[in-house]
Design a protein around this ligand. Structure first.
Ligand code: DX5
Ligand code: ZN
Length: 215
């Protein structure tokens, strides 16, 4: 049997006026985590949601909250997101000075939650080498961060292979952007074990079939 794949539906494609309904919908249909896309209008050209929404989500789901910070100065927001109930906090490599990365990872981990580092499509995977032993997760973006519903960039998926070859066995490799059954398979074949999907899961008639098709 193949390794367990962690499916993390992105609520960016949910109906924000019915967030509880849409979180429960994926929870009841096989989601493992809930992916929360936090954008600040600076690191990416879009603004979404933040700490108060994570706090409210914490009350309505037992699933781990997988918070993807697409923001500048992520270090300033570790404590508020931890307090709000995040279980995994992923920041962008490009948003932090190199000399601060190790400190930020350990700040997140000593708060008792998992730490992830993400790279944008144009960032080379070898910049992550110093962190593979200490981070819990690497998030490979397969679209430019900022919006749901974009097309998967296959070249980015090659990075998964490099990370998997150089990583300890327990490192989670997550992929985000343009994931569906077909592109998800490409990522799994390269060694990813967590898939984020927004539009593929929320813009379907059958959420269970969509989630199952990613596993
Ligand atoms: C994009 C976000 C993604 C987004 C993915 O910047 O990080 O999580 O919701 O959406 P899809 O699955 O539609 O590409
Ligand atoms: Zn995301």
């Amino acid at each position: 049997m193949s390794e367990k794949i962690i499916i993390s539906p992105s609520i960016l494609s949910a109906d924000f006026a019915n967030l509880e309904r849409d979180v429960k919908l994926v929870e009841e249909n096989g989601a493992d985590w809930i992916h929360v896309d936090v954008m600040d209008g600076h690191f990416v050209p879009n603004i979404t949601i933040g700490v108060p929404v994570v706090k409210s989500l914490r009350k309505i789901t037992k699933l781990p909250l997988d918070v993807h910070l697409m923001i500048e100065n992520p270090g300033n927001y570790v404590e508020p997101f931890v307090k709000a109930g995040a279980d995994i906090l992923t920041f962008h490599y490009e948003a932090v000075e190199e000399k601060e990365i190790l400190g930020l990872i350990s700040k997140i981990k000593t708060s008792g939650i998992k730490a992830g580092i993400s790279v944008k499509p144009k960032t080379k995977p070898d910049v992550l080498l110093p962190y593979l032993d200490i981070a819990d997760m690497i998030l490979i973006m397969t679209v430019e961060p900022g919006f749901g519903g974009q097309e998967f960039i296959e070249d980015c998926a090659e990075k998964i292979k490099f990370i998997r070859q150089n990583a300890p066995n327990n490192l989670i490799i997550q992929v985000d952007g343009g994931i569906n059954a077909q592109t998800g398979k490409i990522c799994k074949d390269f060694g990813a074990n967590s898939l984020v999907a927004g539009s593929y899961i929320y813009r379907t008639n059958d959420v269970k079939i969509a989630i199952d098709s990613l596993k």
